[in-house]
Design a protein around this ligand. Structure first.
Ligand code: QUE
Length: 360
């Protein structure tokens, strides 16, 4: 039993509480290893009609994967006969995301507070995402020398227009109204109603038809309007600038806009790992429109190659360890990132490739 993940049955509802509030419920390998078998067993359990996932502590749903532990493990070789954390962690995280993606029952994430990186992996693949006014949504991986994983290649291109390209490259935060406009949120419910939502799901009549429809009906009973989306107000400029297939062309298009938003966006991109930006744009273009299962294989390859580059350890140092937020990227400029180095990040791993398929 892993106390970082609380598991309980509330009548017909399998309830998961991510319980590492001091780390903003960031997902580590132990939590993944507790969650996967529990979700599998609830999928087979005919008494369980739906799964609800939430975060403890009131500040975060889940702030990401435990990338800090992965970066630390890269500093010393794994003990003889033991798999390195950098290969086990991403494989098991992506397998968990894949289980959620194809989950046979309603999977309802109550996304209240911070949801970044791995937090999207635990929510975006399910059937329902209830977002609250406290939502802070982001895919901030280019800030730590990584790339938008946990399905970013699958879900970012499915956001309206080029919004996913913009969010994946800049790591910019979205609020609840933005999340509803993106299609990430399926219902907007205020924070104070969440306990009542869980109770209503536990008390619902799940025999009354399709269980996804039952879940939607219950959640809709608590829903309210999130207000206007600031993100959608910039959609035309986002589409103009982020439709380019080279990062340099995106920067040039932003420069030509000459608006405060475009200048701020240019400044944001200038702080991100140049290698990550190039890998990310290529990932998003390559994966656009592909079935999810194929993007998992691409992302696992990327996870293994990109974490071996110097920017990943430097990004973790600057953002999560020393917190100086002054990473020294290597190479330091877009012009110095070789196309061949970007391409190598997509190379197959042979026997170590992660191959998944859709369950029948
Ligand atoms: C980019 C990221 C992550 C991040 C910050 C970034 C990420 C992640 C965390 C995080 C935050 C708080 C914690 C923790 C981890 O921050 O993936 O353990 O307590 O997990 O800019 O990708």
């Amino acid at each position: 039993m892993n106390s970082d993940v609380l598991l309980e049955k509330r009548g017909p509802v399998g309830l998961v509480t991510l319980n590492r509030p001091k780390a903003l419920n960031a997902l580590d390998l132990g939590m993944i290893r507790a969650l996967h078998p529990a979700l599998e067993s609830w999928a087979r359990d005919s008494q369980v009609k739906a799964v609800v996932v939430r975060g403890a502590g009131g500040r975060a749903f889940c702030a990401g994967g435990d990338v800090r532990a992965v970066a630390q493990s890269l500093a010393s070789p794994a003990p003889e006969g033991q798999e390195p954390l950098s290969s086990a962690f991403f494989r098991e995280e992506y397998r968990l995301n894949h289980l959620i993606h194809h989950y046979p029952k309603p999977y309802i994430a109550l996304v209240d507070g911070i949801s970044m990186g791995g937090g999207l992996g635990l929510s975006v693949h399910g059937s329902h995402r209830v977002v609250t006014e406290r939502l802070v949504l982001a895919m901030p991986e280019t800030a730590i020398g990584l790339f938008p994983d946990v399905g970013g290649g699958w879900f970012l291109p499915r956001f309206p227009g080029e919004a996913g390209t913009y969010l994946g490259l800049t790591g910019v935060r979205s609020n609840a109204a933005d999340a509803m406009w993106l299609g990430y949120g399926t219902q907007h419910v205020t924070h104070d109603k969440l306990d009542a939502v869980v109770e209503a799901l536990a008390a619902a009549d799940w025999s009354a038809g399709d269980s996804r429809e039952v879940a939607t009906r219950v959640l809709s009973g608590f829903a309210s309007e999130p207000g206007p989306s600031p993100l959608s107000a910039n959609r035309e400029a986002i589409n103009r600038c982020f439709s380019k297939d080279r990062v340099e062309d995106i920067l040039a298009a932003l420069a030509a806009e000459s608006t405060p938003w475009a200048e701020e966006t240019r400044a944001t991109l200038a702080r991100m790992s140049p290698s990550s930006l190039k890998v990310t744009l290529r990932q998003l273009r390559l994966c656009r429109g592909r079935p999810y299962d194929e993007t998992v294989t691409v992302e696992y390859r990327l996870s293994q190659h990109v974490t071996a580059l110097p920017d990943f350890r430097e990004g973790i140092r600057a953002v999560l360890v020393d917190k100086d937020n002054k990473p020294k990227w290597n190479p330091p400029t877009l012009a110095e990132v070789r196309e061949s180095a970007v391409e190598e990040c997509f190379a197959p791993l042979g026997e170590r490739d992660l191959v998944v398929s859709t369950p029948r």
